[in-house]
Design a protein around this ligand. Structure first.
Ligand code: ARG
Length: 471
């Protein structure tokens, strides 16, 4: 097909070059943004007297027809037309004749692709923000479902102190709230309108960039045309956000995998969320968690790729920048799918209270509480630590747990132990007593959950603001 830029060329482009340089296979997903942006541009050109009103009407009608064709599957994307912008422009001229050629007045593909990508990302940010909130709600629900479930808390993956299972779930909830607010920051810097920058230096036509920004519901307009066409910071920020979010999902994945193993058996994933083995009939594998953990790698990779693409690029547009889209799109798809499937998996997951109980009771994770008991009788903490350390060594030697010791045995280690020591080191007491703000006590976890509900309601307000600012 003849090129829209073919004027100065004497030869056809090599087919291999067409294939190498074209982006239509992946940028076609921005068709709607491309058309919506073009409609706003054509309307502005007419309002500013740059093209006639009836010309704009014809162009806009033509663009709407193309949108319908694409959505009905009646549009064949041509590699020889390179990208979504030229595919649509060519089809417009085919439909409405030479007047279609007026659409590209005061515009370049450099500012056009930037506009499309900003609009596309804004749309997806809104979806992803909603998915984060849904996953957060799944975590709150898991916390509320088992308000009293006690499990071992770990440091170094060694049993450390007893905690409430809902406290563990809420730790992930609060992680996710930071992802939400980071995404909100990405939104702010994506909500800047680049069109009208032209190829790099602005245009000789009396355009109105702010009118286009209003029509497309952008909050701001790029102040510098060279920055407008070469900025990919918003993509980098999105990929950074996505990398941190995936890192969080990967951490919870690791726990889900461990907890569902025969060694732990703390949780049981729903059959619908696991897969089997083609050879070992007994297997039930936590594939979702493993795949999410694995897919984290590709999202980190996209961030590194984009940083590397942008590094050392002179201003303004360079074709290198076309490489921004596949990683961005893949990161968007990966994050959306991972969040959706994870929320479903957490909602259907059940915990195995007996196994958690067994792990937390046959254990020394109440040792800190025993030391705290002595401290409350007046012993300095360091000495209390030493006394309890000796008790633990004694128990190991005699194959006992701290709860199995008699008062006489306790007293061998310190006269400060009284009748109430057994009550003080019961796991329920240990958990209930950690009532410092943010601790694992029943009361604190209740507070966390109610604060979480308030946070989600606030996030909804932010999300409603996005919807207002979106076309
Ligand atoms: N397909 C191109 C991209 O994604 C559009 C901009 C092309 N501009 C140019 N001067 N070749 O970056």
């Amino acid at each position: 097909m003849a090129k829209l830029w073919g004027g100065r060329f004497a030869k056809e482009t090599d087919v291999m070059v067409d294939e190498f340089t074209s982006s239509i296979s992946f940028d076609q997903r921005m068709y709607k943004e491309d058309i919506t942006g073009s409609i706003a541009h054509a309307g502005m050109l007419a309002k500013c007297g740059i093209i006639a009103e009836d010309e704009a009407d014809t162009i806009i009608e033509g663009l709407k027809g193309i949108l319908k064709d694409i959505e009905a599957g009646n549009f064949s994307f041509e590699v020889s037309l390179e990208d979504i912008h030229m595919n649509i422009e060519q089809r417009l001229t085919d439909r409405i004749g030479a007047v279609g050629g007026k659409l590209h007045t005061a515009r370049s593909r450099n500012d056009q692709v930037a506009l499309d990508t900003h609009m596309y990302l804004k749309k997806e940010i809104k979806v992803i923000a909603g998915l984060i909130m849904d996953f957060e709600k799944a975590l709150i629900e898991a916390a509320e479902k088992y308000p009293e479930a006690i499990m071992p808390g770990y440091t170094h993956l060694q049993r450390a102190q007893p905690i409430l299972f809902p406290h563990h779930m809420m730790a992930y909830f609060f992680m996710l709230t930071r992802d939400f607010s980071r995404l909100n920051g990405v939104w702010e810097r994506t909500d800047i309108m680049p069109l009208g920058a032209g190829a790099l230096a602005g245009t000789t036509f009396p355009i109105d960039r702010h009118a286009v920004a209003d029509a497309l519901k952008f909050g701001q307009v790029y102040e510098n045309s060279m920055d407008a066409v070469s900025d990919r910071d918003y993509i980098l920020e999105f990929l950074s956000f996505a990398s941190i979010l995936m890192m969080h999902l990967s951490r919870i994945s690791e726990e889900v995998i461990l907890w569902s193993s025969s060694e732990f058996q703390f949780i049981e994933l729903d059959d619908a969320h696991c897969t089997g083995s083609s050879i070992m009939p007994q297997k039930k594998n936590p594939d979702i968690a493993e795949l999410v953990r694995g897919k984290t790698g590709r999202v980190f990779g996209h961030l590194m790729a984009m940083l590397t693409i942008a590094k050392g690029l002179p201003l303004a547009y360079n074709k290198d920048l076309q490489e921004d889209k596949e990683g961005l799109f893949d990161a968007i798809d990966t994050v959306k799918f991972s969040l959706t499937i994870y929320a479903a998996m957490i909602r259907a997951m059940r915990i195995n209270q007996d196994r958690m109980d067994n792990a937390v009771r046959n254990d020394f994770s109440n040792a800190t509480d025993m030391a705290d008991y002595l401290v409350k009788q007046g012993l300095p903490f360091r000495q209390a630590h030493e006394v309890v350390g000796k008790c633990v060594a004694y128990c190991i030697e005699h194959k006992k747990w701290l709860m199995d010791l008699t008062l006489a045995e306790f007293k061998q280690f310190s006269e400060l132990f009284g009748e109430d020591i057994l009550e003080a080191i019961k796991v329920e007491t240990c958990v209930g007593a950690r009532n410092s703000f943010g601790g694992t006590s029943y009361a604190q976890v209740k507070r966390e959950v109610s604060s979480a509900r308030t946070m989600v309601a606030k996030q909804q307000t932010v999300l409603d603001g996005y919807i207002k600012g979106n076309v």
